[in-house]
Design a protein around this ligand. Structure first.
Ligand code: ATP
Length: 381
């Protein structure tokens, strides 16, 4: 059944009294690509299986416009599923695997052929249509699994880590393929992954989960630049998480933080009061080697890792804190470097910043309300 809007209201699932998913509120617009993202065990697959109808809810409801869905069995929801194990019929050709669902629906033979041909063409398997799954590469098998799901023109496609069995190069290729199919077929997709880069590159909106609870829902850009708490920041690649103390306000929007022999100016996220413990978070690419001597914090280079155009550097401050940075400059092992970070790029979170209570996409998306405006002014660290 097609929909304009799919609504998850307080969707919760426990196993033996232990909550695996708690109070998920999410509205999915038709045509959206949503990624459910989070570390292992955070409840991503549970959420997907609740949507699919493979797991009954412990609490809450799921609505397709005004129709209640969570009481319907999986086959009546009309969703397509793609799993990390391709689950193809080994004794059927690519063509027959893809046609299978259409045949089960007893569609006219000509229509089955037309739609199967179209799906084979979409996933670019024309030359392999007569082969058995065992004669295909992993990427090709995953394409068959995707074609088999989309050929039924489902209202929603659910994908659970569909690329996790593929090698790095194929993952990148298939990622592009999935996005292309989503767009060209006008699909609505919910995609589970623990890979933040994959989620950021594919999705219109990301739902970050931790311990079964939503931490933040937002666009890739919102999550990348304004994570709402230290856990999301950690997951979004803020590799430098420095335990410090807020000492005083700096102007109307910034805060001076001190600790580990460092004094930095950062941008508070959430309620940060002077005199409290904080976590100052900065991405490796936002920690820069100072051009002017005497303006930054001093650290010794301990590790330099070649990464193409850039190098990844680990440098240790005088107080013993290890910092990660990425730079196009090539410091040598043992060099002293001076590091600076723009106040707008140093996010300051309360030290106990795990989100509690029911997070909704309305409340959680509004990350702009808690932060300060961004500036690119760089000040001495
Ligand atoms: P992964 O990326 O490792 O697949 P996930 O984020 O998809 O993790 P879930 O599979 O949703 O996580 O599991 C969430 C929590 O619920 C985990 O603590 C898990 O142990 C628990 N859980 C999931 N399925 C069951 C089950 N059938 N019985 C008992 N506990 C379960």
């Amino acid at each position: 059944m097609s929909f304009t809007r799919l609504r998850l209201d307080d969707v919760s699932r426990s196993f033996g009294g232990h909550p695996a998913l708690e109070g998920l509120d999410l509205t999915i617009e038709r045509g959206e690509f949503i990624a459910l993202l989070g570390p292992s065990g955070c409840g991503k697959s549970t959420a997907l299986n609740c949507l699919a109808g493979l797991l009954p809810l412990t609490r809450g409801s799921i609505w397709s416009d005004d129709t209640r869905l969570d009481t319907l069995p999986p086959e009546r929801r009309g969703f397509g599923m793609v799993f990390q194990s391709y689950a193809l019929f080994p004794h059927l050709s690519v063509r027959r695997n893809i046609a299978f669902g259409l045949q089960m629906r007893r569609l006219p033979r000509a229509e089955v052929r037309r739609r199967t041909d179209e799906a084979i063409r979409l996933v670019r398997l024309e030359e392999h249509a007569g082969k058995l799954p065992g004669q295909l590469s992993g990427g090709q098998q995953q394409r068959v699994a995707i074609a088999r799901a989309v050929v039924l023109e489902p209202a929603l496609v659910l994908m659970d880590e569909p690329l996790s069995n593929l090698d790095a190069k194929l993952r990148l290729e298939m990622r592009t393929e999935i996005r292309r199919l989503h767009q060209s077929l006008g699909l609505t997709t919910v995609y589970v992954t623990h890979d933040q880069e994959e989620a950021l590159s594919l999705a219109d909106r990301l739902v970050v989960l931790r311990d079964g609870r939503v931490q933040q829902i937002g666009s890739p850009e919102e999550l990348h630049t304004r994570p709402v708490n230290r856990h999301v920041a950690d997951f979004m690649g803020y590799r430098n998480l420095l335990p410090m103390r807020a000492t005083r306000r700096h102007g109307s929007t910034q805060m001076v933080v001190e600790g580990e022999g460092l004094r930095l100016i950062g941008s508070p996220v959430g309620p940060v009061a002077p005199g409290t413990d904080v976590i100052a978070a900065v991405r490796p690419e936002d920690l820069r080697i100072a051009e002017v001597q005497g303006t930054g914090l001093l650290a010794t280079v301990e590790v330099v890792e070649y990464q193409g155009r850039e190098v990844a550097v680990e440098a240790r401050t005088e107080s013993g804190l290890l910092l990660n940075l990425r730079t196009t400059q090539r410091p040598a092992l043992g060099d002293w470097v001076e590091l600076v970070v723009a106040p707008a790029r140093l996010l300051v979170f309360p030290d106990d910043s795990s989100t509690t209570g029911r997070a909704t996409d309305r409340a959680a998306t509004d990350s702009s309300a808690t932060g300060s405006p961004r500036t690119d002014r760089e000040v001495p660290a």
